[in-house]
Design a protein around this ligand. Structure first.
Ligand SMILES: Nc1ncnc2c1ncn2[C@@H]1O[C@H](COP(=O)(O)OP(=O)(O)OP(=O)(O)O)[C@@H](O)[C@H]1O
Length: 671
């Protein structure tokens, strides 16, 4: 994807340089919940909440007494066989009153959460996306809401609305909606300029669809966790209201009222406070603990992307072959693309890969069109080409990580196992442990809320498991493996405390946590200073040698290709136009596009002469011509180039080119 160069230096670990805000990856709440429940304290808290809800629902059936029935002979009694938790000042059974008193509170606490979501989510999406006055006005309103003491307003509403609980809870929901608004707005602002959002916008997708399909999923997980914490806050607030005798029917038992009753007898019957005190403290603690645990486990689970669809979207058969013709045509060589590009013993073999996106009209628009290549263990294949040629989509498709709306067809085999048709659950296991991603912007991989140790530890636990000590040791080992000398200090740091180069090393360590065999690196050095770029390339090369990794490196820089690549696949307008060993391909390009890219490398520039460029721009997928896609920019283009589509022609075993004049471009035949 296009580089976003951070507006900060890349000097050292200690630089507390602000990092660009980034969207939170797609939510994975179910996975986070499962993960959190594996911890005994969370299980206890969840069990307590289940008990509270179930006993409140069944209060009418299981309560041993009528909660309102008075027994003046047994006033202020402690626990006994008849009254298991004792009685209050009117001899009413405390257990029955507790059982009956929770339901209304648990239900009423839902109202502010619903109101806050209904107001905060759409307003946050709109303000974050549209910006300008909409953002300023809503931000002002939220600042006002935050300045208002909720209790004072709700007390005033209680007077005006005649102590009407629903009205009071709705007003409370409006006041707290500001928190939801801010969360959604921040995430929307971070997402709105992402490439795929840009692409959707440019291709005319409606604003509502962009907000709901491309932006909202980024914030869904944290939003639900926030809802959980909001519920616990609302529960506490309503308990306080009920303690003050507000909102709830004084004739009916409620937990706040029970506390009020007990507070009047602290001297003569302190026991009365114990049962309700324990129940309240346990419930509020359980709610808070559950919310916080969910929040803490969300990042790792998000990485596993377990909430993504069970099956990844598949292209329908009519769209699965892209636009590259499969029937013989004038310029299609007898040797099919695949013969030239994939080898049977390769670790990763991509064959006839097509990636398409749904257009607003509902058609499938290919953006990667019949791409084939293979990578062996210990080798680096570079996908190279200008922006928009389909390199990133090719890389993401091999990992099953296409943005929403995208689908892939063809074949991606890892050690012989087909990945494209794997159900998402199985692919989630392959991802990270067998094939991993290093992104161009390390901050995309690192969560600003968690320390390096915590994030690497999560990844190690996810893929390898082990005791706390083993995980801690492995984290340090990984940091040292990626050339970080003060591993202990860096492990304690948070992403914003790391320089760009250091953050990228941590990003690589994260990718290596599952000990993958294939590393897909999407422009891993683009966002870095040139000196740091060289260090990261050296690191990738040495890791590849020591760990025997197969690397797929996406780059637009032929210098990087020359530096680190073994094989290069030059992409243009969704197709591979030239493929071959790097040395050969750079020394004697056999496609005019490769030649043009080489001529445009600044290192070869002659002082005083303008740097040669390839005139024109890469056509958008919707404008791809039926014939050679490079013809409009090609200095060697002839009428024959516009006759029909051109197939990848095998030059020799591992060398191929998609040009009808490839022979004329043999070594030294520079235009
Ligand atoms: N979510 C999306 N929806 C629709 N089209 C998309 C989406 N994401 C990318 N595209 C389109 O796919 C094509 C290939 O994009 P891709 O990001 O793979 O190019 P690239 O060669 O990696 O370029 P860059 O280096 O700029 O990322 C582009 O035309 C782009 O506009």
């Amino acid at each position: 994807m296009t580089a976003t160069i951070p507006a900060h230096g890349t000097q050292g670990v200690g630089d507390a340089t602000p990092q660009p805000q980034r969207p939170r990856p797609r939510g994975t709440l179910a996975a986070a919940a499962r993960k959190a429940l594996r911890r005994p304290p969370v299980l206890v808290a969840a069990s307590w909440m289940v008990l509270v809800v179930v006993t409140s629902l069944l209060a009418g059936v299981i309560a041993p007494h009528d909660p309102l029935k008075q027994d003046l002979d047994h006033r202020l009694k402690g626990p006994s066989a008849a009254y298991l938790l004792g009685t209050d000042e009117l001899g009413r059974d405390l257990l029955s009153r507790i059982l009956h008193g929770g339901g209304s509170l648990l239900l009423a606490a839902l109202i502010p959460v619903v109101v806050a979501f209904v107001l905060g989510v759409p307003a946050g999406l709109l303000a974050g996306y549209v910006g300008g006055w909409a953002d300023r006005v809503s931000d002002f309103v939220v600042n006002v809401l935050f300045a208002i003491p909720a209790l004072v307003i709700v007390l005033a509403v209680a007077v005006v609305a005649d102590n009407n609980l629903p009205v009071m809870t709705v007003v409370f929901g409006v006041i707290v909606s500001g928190g939801i608004f801010r969360l959604v707005r921040a995430s929307t602002q971070a997402s709105r300029d992402l490439l795929y959002v840009d692409a959707a916008r440019v291709s005319g997708v409606a604003r509502r669809t962009i907000l709901l399909r491309h932006i909202l999923p980024n914030v869904l997980g944290p939003l639900i966790v926030q809802g959980f914490l909001l519920y616990s806050g609302a529960f506490l607030f309503l308990t306080s209201l009920s303690f003050l005798g507000l909102g709830f029917d004084p004739q009916e038992p409620s937990w706040g009222q029970l506390v009020f009753d007990a507070s009047g007898h602290l001297d003569d019957d302190p026991w009365m406070m114990v049962p309700i005190g324990v129940v309240l403290i346990a419930t509020i603690a359980a709610l808070n603990y559950l919310g916080n645990s969910l929040l803490a486990t969300l990042p790792a689970a998000r990485r596993a992307r377990l909430l993504t669809p069970w099956r990844r979207p598949q292209l329908p058969p009519e769209a699965a072959h892209g636009t590259t013709p499969k029937t013989p045509e004038p310029h299609r060589s007898a040797a099919a693309d695949t013969t030239a590009s994939t080898a049977p013993d390769a670790l990763l073999a991509v064959e006839d890969l097509v990636v398409s996106f749904r257009t607003p009209e509902g058609d499938w628009q290919p953006v990667v069109d019949g791409v084939s290549f293979s990578v062996h263990r210990g080798r680096t294949l570079c996908l190279v080409g200008e922006s928009g040629c389909g390199k990133t989509m090719t890389a993401l498709a091999t990992l099953g990580l296409l943005p929403s709306g995208g689908a892939a067809a063809g074949s991606v085999r890892l050690a012989g196992r087909e990945l494209l048709s794997l159900p998402e659950k199985e692919m989630a296991q392959v991802r990270g442990s067998r094939i991993a991603l290093v992104s161009q912007e390390p901050m995309v991989a690192l969560d600003p809320c968690f320390s390096v140790r915590s994030q690497l530890g999560e990844a190690v636990r996810l893929h390898r498991g082990g005791s706390r000590a083993q995980v801690r040791d492995r984290v340090l080992e990984l940091l040292r493996l990626v050339g970080i000398p003060h591993a202990e200090a860096v492990a304690k740091s948070y992403p914003h405390q790391l320089s760009g180069g250091m953050a990228q090393r941590v990003g690589i360590a994260l990718a290596l946590a599952g000990e993958p065999e294939v590393l897909v690196a999407d422009e891993p050095t683009t966002a870095l200073d040139p000196t740091i770029q060289a260090e990261i390339l050296d690191l990738l090369r040495s890791l590849q040698e020591t760990l025997g990794l197969a690397v797929v490196l996406v780059t637009h820089d032929l210098g990087v290709v020359a530096d680190i690549g073994d094989v290069a696949a030059v992409m243009y307008a969704g197709q591979v136009v030239e493929l071959g060993p790097v040395e050969e391909l750079l020394a004697a390009p056999r496609h005019p596009y490769t030649r043009g890219l080489l001529d445009a490398v600044p290192e070869g520039a002659v002082r005083g002469r303008p740097l040669p460029t390839v005139p024109g721009v890469v056509p958008l997928p919707k404008d791809w011509p039926q014939h050679c896609r490079f013809a409009a920019r090609c200095p060697r283009g002839t009428d024959a180039c516009r006759d029909a589509a051109v197939a990848l022609t095998v030059i020799h075993t591992d060398r191929s080119s998609r040009c009808i004049r490839t022979e004329e471009l043999a070594l030294g035949a520079k235009k």
